[in-house]
Design a protein around this ligand. Structure first.
Ligand SMILES: Cc1cc2nc3c(=O)[nH]c(=O)nc-3n(C[C@H](O)[C@H](O)[C@H](O)COP(=O)(O)OP(=O)(O)OC[C@H]3O[C@@H](n4cnc5c(N)ncnc54)[C@H](O)[C@@H]3O)c2cc1C
Length: 485
């Protein structure tokens, strides 16, 4: 390096702001770019917006994963020679204050899609006396950048997906740095401890996926070795773990989405092309959800389709309780509710069936289900969760048509013919023969007796009759949504 370049490098000091969606040292463009120009100070702000105990307790599973991931990020930065400086306070106040106190010449971070993140970043950019540089990387392609021939956002997935495959230049993932110079002394005295889960009033859940970059890389390795090539067939099987289970890693950025794209591309061959493409299409669904939220931030509050505004939901409290407790009497719905609370994860097929059931069979506002999922899902993500719920209700962008109502027992029978999913989550039904496991009410008294189950006592009778509830929803929806649908 020539003397001039050396001097310029020393002149720069960058605050690299890690903000909960990029908790890794691999493929971290802001970090790598900052290292090219000078000193770096890695920062995590423990913002009460998320970390106030009253708020943190509303997202216990995400908090556990998040704190584990921050802790590993801190270790990884330390092993490279640096240090993650943790500071508590409002980001809008702390980032400009620290930037000034530490004498940084720029602040860098990954861009967020969510409306509140965008507002926060605009306020911080205003407050800072140095540039705030935001890098893309949360998605495969920058949200809001793909446009139809007429210049408008895509509202149908297939053309969006085609356009992304055609236009997106998914760059090669960047390896982690070999080393990082120690953090300048001036920042060290501001460092506080990473909060412990227990101090936030959250009890550790041992059944959750482990957070952190190493656990994410191990999950990716397992997926590539065991499931990626059979994904097209396996992904809908409720009783098997044949999907990647990478959603929380993608959410918290312990793995970058382009690393995952690249790694599955590497195992693609003629024999498994369909599986790899199907998997990549799921990653594009994720981009679609983020793009929709970018262009239509109001979807977090109201239906995407205007016809659904003011929809006459019933919101019956007893039905809501039965759904959240996993006691509706429909085994697939109840298994999903229990899996959610116990593990923070629900299989995609079960998410679709149970969301449809809540909105359509029980006529409960999708936003209540959306909040409940956000509370317990480890991968709880504003864009994807909203898209999933609005898709299921029928009110969303390129949603399932309102008149398509999932049948809660035939879906189970089709996607888990051996009843493994139900037996795992509803042990009280485990002795029932397969043919009744998704509809115990059809079993003769002697079959129930042999399976040691009394319906209405050990396990509830269905809280609604499928055909009647379906008819009720269709009647209400047809009348309300007429004529736009
Ligand atoms: C009602 C409902 C709510 C949902 N809420 C969330 C959520 O909060 N967070 C979340 O990450 N996903 C959500 N999804 C999408 C999907 O269910 C999960 O991403 C998936 O089940 C995670 O498991 P996996 O990592 O094994 O997925 P895989 O099948 O291995 O897919 C790989 C990745 O693609 C993305 N993906 C897969 N399916 C979808 C989809 N339908 N829409 C958008 N992205 C997708 C995820 O990032 C996922 O990790 C929701 C779906 C529904 C129907």
């Amino acid at each position: 390096m020539c003397l001039k370049a050396k001097i310029m490098k020393q002149d720069h000091r960058t605050l690299v702001w890690f903000r909960g969606k990029d908790l890794r040292v691999s493929d971290h463009e802001p970090l790598i770019e900052a290292l090219k120009v000078g000193e770096v100070i890695p920062l995590f702000v423990v913002d009460p917006y998320f970390f106030h105990p009253l708020r943190a307790r509303k997202l216990p599973h995400r908090m556990q994963f998040l704190l584990e991931s921050i802790s590993e990020l801190s270790d990884n930065l330390a092993s490279l020679g640096s240090q993650l400086i943790c500071v508590s306070g409002s980001s809008v106040v702390m980032v400009p204050e620290l930037a000034q106190r530490w004498g940084v010449t720029q602040v860098v971070a990954h861009r967020w899609t969510e409306p509140f993140g965008r507002v926060r970043d605009a306020r911080i950019a205003d407050e800072l006396s140095v540039p705030l540089k935001l890098y893309e990387g949360e998605t495969l392609h920058p949200p809001g950048s793909l446009r139809t021939g007429k210049g408008s956002p895509y509202s149908v997935f297939t053309p969006f997906s085609r356009a992304l495959r055609r236009q997106a230049q998914i760059s090669v993932a960047i390896p982690p740095p070999d080393s990082i110079e120690p953090v300048p002394k001036i920042a060290l005295s501001d460092h506080e401890k990473i909060p412990a889960l227990e101090t936030l009033g959250i009890q550790r859940n041992p059944s959750l996926q482990k957070g952190g970059e190493t656990a994410g890389q191990n999950r990716l390795k397992l997926f590539l070795e065991k499931h990626a090539t059979g994904y097209a067939k396996g992904r809908d099987q409720l009783g098997e773990s044949a999907t990647s289970r990478l959603s929380a890693d993608i959410k918290f950025g312990t793995l970058s989405v382009r690393t995952i794209w690249e790694k599955v591309q590497e195992v693609k061959s003629d024999l498994c092309a369909e599986s790899i493409e199907t998997f990549q299409t799921e990653l594009i669904w994720r981009d679609f959800a983020h793009s929709t939220l970018w262009d239509r931030p109001e979807v977090l509050k109201q239906p995407f389709r205007p016809a659904w505004v003011g929809f006459p939901w019933r919101n019956d409290p007893a039905d809501w309780k039965a759904w959240t407790d996993g006691r509706t009497g429909y085994p697939v719905i109840d298994a999903a509710a229990r899996e959610l609370r116990e593990t923070g994860f629900v299989h995609n097929r079960a998410r679709m069936i149970t969301a449809s059931f809540l909105c359509k069979h029980l006529l409960i506002d999708y936003r209540r289900g959306e909040s409940h999922f956000l509370k317990y899902l480890t991968d709880g993500d504003w864009a994807q969760n909203n898209a999933g719920w609005q898709w299921s209700a029928g009110s969303g962008c390129d949603a399932q048509p309102y008149f398509r109502v999932f049948n809660p027992f035939s879906q189970g029978e089709k996607f888990d013919p051996d009843g493994n999913y139900v037996r795992r989550w509803i042990p009280e039904l485990k002795l029932l023969p397969n043919r009744y496991i998704y509809r115990p009410w059809d079993a003769a008294p002697e079959v129930l007796a042999k399976a040691k189950i009394t319906l209405g006592a050990d396990y509830p009778l269905p809280i609604v009759d499928h055909a009647t509830a379906r008819e009720r929803f269709l009647r209400v929806a047809k009348a309300y949504l007429k004529p736009t649908g």
